[in-house]
Design a binder for this molecule. Structure first.
Ligand code: IVH
Length: 633
């Protein structure tokens, strides 16, 4: 936003433009350490639009420039939030890969790009063009990014702030083995030199050609749209934003016809024929009005900022989490501070950093209270935990949160039991624990605020229905630490009945895939507690789990599938094979038309290529794991 403001001011006062103004350069500075690579056709930037009006203004500019009232044909594609690269192919061979740099000179990152699977080392063509410069965006898929950050945290390393940083960091590694271990991906969207060989007239035709050469084109590119179609594409993409496998920060709308592009030409920084229509920002600057401690289901105190309300990605944000005291200390967030807040997906907004320059006088560091704000119990910090907790199990906040969790959609799914209602039930001491819900009576309910006959009946009907829940949901609903939906599903599928869980030894628990010592310990500790046992007994009398030992429908997700393994996998092949067979699949050694999937590890070799030729879906280990995972019901 500051950049746009700068551009706008410089537009009005060209005499104020200094040689070192950020508007005077296209991208980042070429850094040292990698050989500089000149871009013969400069790699330009894109002008931005942040509203529909600005996109319409772009279209008007285009048509004014072309002196036409006729509609212009556009293409729309996601604006990938990664690292722009240029790939040089000579006689079909990938010989040089570079970053965008400042647009005119980038850096030679060929070695690292060679490790990116979706970059073909050789183009698929009998007579490839003598020279072709392909442009696209390298990015780290979100799953891989999360995985990488988990590993980094485990190893005590600082996690990457976002997938783009992770990608840029990976591409600038001096040791290509590091890049090889991180699954980067690429979508191509343009070319530099070498286009003559194709004789293509539109962007759509170009992408089709690039695809045929074995380059990776995103299927989610819409061709030949009117302006309204492009705007519609943008809306749909933004709605799907959280479901995409990669990070995108907007839509690039480009004139489809190359001859028209030629006519329009380019400005210093950006072409006249394209615009980046940005999504609503998910980061905003706002002020911290207060910091409060919230007590969760397990008694953990979470510091949460109360913010000056700010619009962000379509919603108004009024609170953002600071996670724990360590995070507060690290950020040094204080009441009165100006902060950068981020909202990603459906995750609770969080404070990314404090703008220290804007801190007012007289602020004080924030410290979580040493007494629970809800019940006054002295808070504790267990030796090797970051969390500070309220140890009082009957703390009203904990009771409330446990009930909310118990009734939540993914647990017992008692829709009518909303937050306000739980508050009332706990406040009036009508409910102390989940099992009390099953003793609620109509006469009691109708006495509550905002509760009519009808809603009381609906609620009772829902509670009635919840009695027939599944074992997996029940285990999850208990709120045992470290037992999320997945683990609950695994436990239920393996043990079949609650009785067996109550008797399970630690060894038995740990023998299940995905149940490690921490989970086993947590389950045992939970079950060893007499209060918890008593509550389970009470609940057991209220509930009947449907079909205890029937196999979960998704337990054999690979039923009838034929799978071939290739390359070096991260665990012994025999183990992978067993897992596939347990899921109903068959592992064979030779690829054929009948193969359903090729699972490719490191250095996959010729099978990879053959599978591509046969059009057999290729999975990495992560994708296989997802197929094998029993979905929570
Ligand atoms: S076309 C002259 N298409 O956005 C325009 N760029 O701000 C050439 N980008 O450096 C680029 N997704 O890194 C194009 N689908 C897409 C893109 C895209 C992301 C990036 C690219 C470029 C930057 C410009």
């Amino acid at each position: 936003r500051l950049f746009r403001e700068l551009q706008e001011i410089e537009g009005r006062h060209p005499e104020w433009v200094t040689p070192d103004s950020p508007s005077q350069r296209v991208g980042g500075e070429p850094a040292t350490g990698f050989r500089p690579v000149p871009h013969v056709v400069p790699m330009l930037s894109l002008d931005n639009a942040v509203s529909e009006e600005e996109v319409r203004a772009f279209d008007e500019r285009v048509r004014r420039f072309l002196k036409t009232a006729d509609p212009v044909r556009y293409v729309a594609e996601p604006k990938y939030d990664g690292v722009a690269v240029e790939l040089l192919y000579e006689d079909g061979a990938f010989v040089l890969g570079s970053t965008r740099g400042d647009g005119r000179t980038g850096e030679d990152i060929t070695q690292n790009l060679r490790t990116v699977r979706s970059i073909p080392l050789r183009l698929q063509a009998d007579r490839p063009p003598p020279l072709l410069e392909v442009r696209g965006e390298v990015f780290m898929p979100l799953e891989a990014f999360d995985q990488l950050n988990r590993e980094r945290l485990d190893r005590g390393l600082e996690p990457f702030a976002n997938p783009r940083n992770a990608t840029a960091g990976t591409l600038r590694q001096l040791d290509p083995r590091v890049a090889a271990a991180r699954p980067l991906n690429l979508f191509v969207y343009a070319i530099g030199r070498g286009g003559e060989a194709f004789g293509v007239r539109t962007h759509g035709e170009l992408l089709a050609q690039l695809g045929e050469l074995g380059l990776k084109v995103n299927p989610r590119v819409a061709q030949s749209l009117g302006l309204d179609g492009a705007i519609e594409f943008h809306r749909a993409l933004e709605a799907d934003r959280d479901g995409l496998a990669y990070e995108a920060d907007g839509t690039v709308i480009k004139v489809d016809d190359f001859a028209v592009r030629e006519n329009l030409g380019e400005l210093e920084r950006s072409p006249r024929w394209a615009i980046a229509y940005k999504f609503a920002p998910r980061q905003e600057v706002t002020r911290v009005l207060d910091i409060r401690a919230y007590v969760g289901r397990t008694g953990t105190l979470t510091p949460v900022t109360v913010l000056e309300p700010v619009r962000m990605g379509g919603v108004t944000v009024t609170h953002a989490s600071l996670h724990n005291q360590d995070e507060v200390d690290k950020l040094d967030a204080r009441v009165g501070d100006t902060v950068l807040v981020q909202r990603a997906g459906d995750v609770i907004p969080k404070v990314v950093h404090v703008i220290h320059e804007q801190r007012p006088e007289g602020t004080r560091p924030y410290q979580l209270p040493d007494r629970c704000p809800e019940c006054g119990a002295v808070t504790v910090r267990l030796p090797d935990e970051v969390a500070i907790r309220c140890p009082n199990l009957s703390c009203p906040a904990q009771v409330r949160e446990r009930l909310r969790h118990f009734a939540s959609r993914t647990a017992l799914d008692i829709d009518g039991l909303g937050e306000k209602l739980v508050d009332q039930l706990v406040e009036r001491r009508l409910v102390h624990r989940p099992s009390d819900l099953f003793a609620l009576r109509r006469e009691t309910l109708v006495e509550l605020d905002r509760m009519g006959e009808k809603s009381a009946e609906n609620l009772l009907a829902q509670i009635e229905q919840a009695r027939g829940t599944s074992l997996a949901r029940f285990l999850y609903a208990l709120g045992i630490r470290h037992v999320g939906r997945r683990v609950a599903t695994v436990l239920a599928a393996h043990l079949g009945t609650l009785e067996r869980l109550l008797q399970a030894t630690r060894e038995e628990l740990e023998s299940m895939s995905e149940v490690g010592p921490t989970i086993a310990e947590s389950v045992r500790t939970y079950l060893a507690d007499p209060d918890n046992r008593a509550e389970i007994d009470r609940l057991r009398r209220e509930l009947t789990f449907g079909e205890p030992s029937a196999p979960e429908p998704r337990a054999r997700p690979l039923e009838g599938k034929t799978i071939v393994l290739t390359g070096t996998l991260s665990e012994p092949r025999a183990r992978v094979r067993t897992r596939i067979e347990q899921a109903g699949g068959v592992v064979t050694s030779a690829l054929s038309q009948r193969t359903d999937y090729l699972v490719a590890g490191e250095s996959p070799g010729s099978k990879h290529r053959k599978a591509e030729e046969l059009g057999i879906p290729i999975l990495d280990e992560e994708a296989l794991r997802k197929l094998l995972e029993p979905e929570p019901d």
